[in-house]
Design a protein around this ligand. Structure first.
Ligand SMILES: *Cc1c(COP(=O)(O)O)cnc(C)c1O
Length: 374
């Protein structure tokens, strides 16, 4: 086939220089590539317990209705979310994962050349959605490795990157891939200091794992901070990553804008019923939290025995400092049938990120790590 056209060159300006997001390797891929039969994936911060049984039951019950479009407004789910967060229905935007809501924010509020501020070591989606909107990323230096919150977000540095061109600030709390978190009082002070036309997006993908004493009551701040947007997901603690559903809570005007540009049926029938059921399954969420707390202790102890340091984390994963290229350890772990995440793309070439799994999975990871570390 002859091709006279450079279609990459014809793409909108930001997209021409974009990289494709590289997801974690799947178990099936690894089995194929290395001829392994028994592999574990601790690479994408998924729930090691699977999905809530109540969510699975709700999905099964909804299967005969697959010929129907979903409720484009997601009314039933929004009613439950609104009651839970004590906000109005018109403050909620449902998304095809919270990733979609983050992208919609950039699409709706960032003009070509406008600036988006986030931290060094922030979530990989932020630079991509900024570029897709032909925005300009302003990256704030993170804390140094020997800070009290090593490699964590530095709110002063983030504030210093805000200019008259800034439209959005993205802050994940806790952050992926570091697991670091911000103190509620520091975060509130920061949000209050941001100019009122700049939207501050707090990405709370791991909020369910955060203990109450350090959990920032962000949605409660919203009435006093109209430029605050909070995003949540069902992909992590709720165990529904495969269904793709998340949401934003914001002031009603921001939600109005996001709801104008989203696809009319962006969240599927199955995702909506599963999310509703998962919200009711308090027991599953509690079991998930308990398993994560125990697994965190298990991994921290195991890493200490191996003489390895990791960043303090309030999420369901650990960022391990290896003192050698993470890519090499990542590849060696693959051969042992254990998938973790190398963090080159996050500018952390000597680190790997591992999701906290079941006790057996954590043991297997620690054994494999001990072996490949020599
Ligand atoms: C996993 C993750 C998300 C959620 O992605 P979904 O699109 O909801 O699956 C958002 N932000 C961060 C920081 C994450 O790690």
């Amino acid at each position: 086939m002859t091709q006279d056209c450079d279609f990459i060159g014809l793409a909108v300006p930001g997209v021409r220089s974009m990289d494709t997001y590289e997801p974690g390797k799947s178990e099936e891929e690894l089995k194929r590539e290395f001829g392994l039969s028994d592999v574990i994936k601790l690479a994408s911060n998924e729930n090691p317990l699977g999905a809530s049984p109540k969510a699975i039951e709700a999905v099964e019950k909804a299967l005969p209705s697959l010929n129907r479009y979903p409720d484009g407004n997601g009314f039933e789910l929004k009613v439950v979310l609104a009651a839970r967060h004590e906000v109005e229905l018109n403050q909620i935007t449902l998304g095809d994962g919270s990733g979609e809501v983050l992208a919609l924010l950039a699409q709706a509020f960032v003009n070509p050349g406008d600036e988006v501020v986030f931290s060094e070591y922030a979530f990989a989606l932020y630079p991509l959605i900024t570029q897709a909107a032909s925005g300009v990323a302003r990256v704030a230096a993170a804390n140094s490795a020997d800070d009290a919150s090593p490699r964590g977000h530095n709110l002063d540095n983030i504030a210093n990157q805000i200019s008259h061109k800034t439209r959005l600030v993205f802050i994940a709390n806790p952050n992926n891939p570091t697991g670091t978190w911000l103190q509620p009082e520091d975060l509130l002070r920061f949000i209050r200091s941001v100019p009122p036309q700049v939207l501050v997006v707090i990405d709370e993908a791991y909020k369910e794992y955060v203990d109450a004493e350090v959990a920032a009551p962000t949605i409660g701040w919203m009435s006093g901070c109209p430029n605050l947007v909070v995003t949540r997901t069902f992909s992590k603690a709720y165990g529904l990553a495969g269904l793709r559903i998340g949401y934003a809570v914001s002031n009603s005007q921001v939600a109005d804008v996001l709801n104008r540009i989203r696809q009319p049926f962006n969240t599927s029938l199955l995702a909506q019923v599963a999310a509703l059921a998962a919200l009711e399954d308090i027991e599953f969420l509690e079991t998930t939290r308990k398993l994560n707390r125990a697994g965190m202790v298990q991994l921290l102890n195991g890493l200490e025995d191996l003489g390895l340091a990791c960043l303090p984390s309030r999420a369901n994963f650990l960022c391990i400092e290896l003192g050698e290229p993470g890519k090499v350890v990542f590849e060696a772990l693959l051969r042992e049938g254990v998938i973790v995440r190398a963090l080159d793309c996050y500018d952390l070439p000597n680190c790997i990120r591992v999701t906290i799994g079941t006790e057996a999975q954590n043991n297997r990871f620690l054994k494999a790590l001990a072996k490949v570390k020599g």
